[in-house]
Structures are given as structure tokens and as C-alpha cells.
Design a protein. Sequence first.
Lengths: 112, 117
Amino acid sequence: SQQGEEDPQALSIQEGENATMNCSYKTSINNLQWYRQNSGRGLVHLILIRSNEREKHSGRLRVTLDTSKKSSSLLITASRAADTASYFCATDVTGGGNKLTFGTGTQLKVEL
Amino acid sequence: GAVVSQHPSRVICKSGTSVKIECRSLDFQATTMFWYRQFPKQSLMLMATSNEGSKATYEQGVEKDKFLINHASLTLSTLTVTSAHPEDSSFYICSASGAGGRVETQYFGPGTRLLVL
């Protein structure tokens, strides 16, 4: 299965700290995307990084991609209580017709 | 921009009945729509991919006669769960791609929670 593995499964930090989540996958990809899901809600697209990119920033988010290790990381800096959510990586597999395969997710809790 | 809606947001039905879920792209024409299912505390699993005017492509293990998908226009796709049973209770989420001519990014609806009694 292409499904990505994410770690940690759950992460609890204090407001103001940084949160790092990791994602590993198995096959060649066109791009990798990160999404956020608040409890019982739909997904919000955070950032897309293409296979020929190594790092991307968006506000307090920083994503890295290492295609040789088939892994990606999402860093949220200066976390806020509102960042509390589940975070999923999703891979757009080469030749997959833009279908996304989601990772197992990381549940992030940011405490005041 | 790139808003996707789903209706209903929540539905409770009796075992054996059919349930239809609508997915609409409100401000763009979606070349492709995707249907996912998510069980509690789990990730999203792709059920099927649909393109306007053509038959949906189902993922392995998804019964196409049970989960009927109709993609009648560039802004509307429907998923009908036929003869629903308690094990079909789940969170169903659709997504649409094609906003701004880009196919890479999927925009997700808010999801529909189905409870089959």
C-alpha cells in the first residue's frame, strides 16, 4: 500500500512551541500535500510541495521533502491553540491520475 | 474561492434504505471529483474518482453497485449508498479539483456523517 505513515500519531505541546510532524511514503510521487482537519470537519489544504522541490514555506508552516528517503516533514512554528487539529500528508503518486493517498495522520494538541 | 459544499451534513437512516449525498463546487468547474470515507480516528480512504459525464472509477474493494456515483455536471457529483447497513456508518467526504485550471489541488467539502441504525 502507498499509504503514508505519519509520526508521531499524537503530539501535545504548549502554545508558542514548534510542532514537527513527519510523513513517509513508498513509491514515486508527483507532489506531496499537507492537510489539516478539525474534529469532525472537512479538510483544509495547507501546502503542496512538488517532487523537484526540497523546501517550502507558507506563513508559520515549513515543509521539507526528501525524495531519496521518501519522507516529508511539516513544521508549525510558534504554535497556537487554534492549531489543534489532525494533520495529514497526502501523496499524488506518479501515474496515479492526481489521486491522493492519505497518511495515517498526526493529532496535534496545543495547550494554553 | 474554491469552495466545495456537501449536503446533507448529517443523516440518520434505517438499515436497508438508500441515502444520497451531494457534492457541489460552488465557484469553479470541477474537472474531477473524488469520494472518500473516513472511520473514527482513521485516515481518509479513497472510494472512487469521477469525471463529468463518464463512469466513476472505483478503488479496489469498493462495491460500485452499493456506492453509486453520478457526476452529471461540472459542479455536481452525487454518492448514493444503496441498501445501507450499520457498517456503512462513516464520515463521507468529497473533494473537487480543477479550480483555476489546476488539477493538483483538491478542495474538500465539509463532510457528511452517516449513521445507519
